[in-house]
Design a protein around this ligand. Structure first.
Ligand code: AMP
Length: 143
């Protein structure tokens, strides 16, 4: 199963933020949208970084409540690992496991075109496993 298939089901909307906004804005948006990470984009829509709930926790642990006024650009991860539409679930699981993160933005032709979370990966992998088991049960029943 490919990233294109996953996005076909969940949609291509991505919540984004600019680097000048604050960590407080990140906390507010994560809570309001019920998500775990936000992609940081520039005025041209290009990906500048990613900021997740873990970055908010680290910022508050380092600086207390004052950290909520810190610009996103000072806390985001700049080297973002992305994937294309043709990437498979196994490849995404490998990226997440090796990089120790739970979100992979999808970039096609230099443009942000979706995001895959660990929740999406688990959901579709479980569906694949269930389909494989059902095919096996059907095969055994007709053998
Ligand atoms: P997460 O597990 O997605 O909450 O992210 C854990 C840490 O990895 C945070 O510091 C994020 O900024 C960073 N991170 C999240 N996704 C990515 C990604 N695709 N590429 C690089 N870093 C990431």
């Amino acid at each position: 199963m490919s990233v294109e298939h996953i996005l076909g089901e969940k949609g291509r909307d991505v919540v984004t933020i600019s680097p000048e906004q604050t960590i407080g804005d990140v906390a507010d948006m994560l809570s309001r949208h019920r998500i775990g990470a936000i992609v940081v984009t520039g005025e041209d829509g290009g990906v500048l970084g990613i900021v997740s709930e873990r970055d908010v926790v680290r910022a508050v642990a380092d600086g207390g409540g004052a950290a909520l006024q810190q610009p996103v650009g000072e806390r985001m991860t700049r080297r973002v690992v992305t994937c294309g539409l043709a990437a498979g679930i196994d490849e995404i699981m490998g990226l997440m496991t090796n990089g120790k993160f739970r979100h992979v933005p999808v970039v096609e032709g230099g443009r942000l075109g979706g995001i895959v979370s660990i929740g999406d990966v688990v959901k579709h992998r479980l569906a694949e496993v269930e389909a494989e088991h059902q095919a096996m049960r059907d095969y055994i029943a007709t053998a």
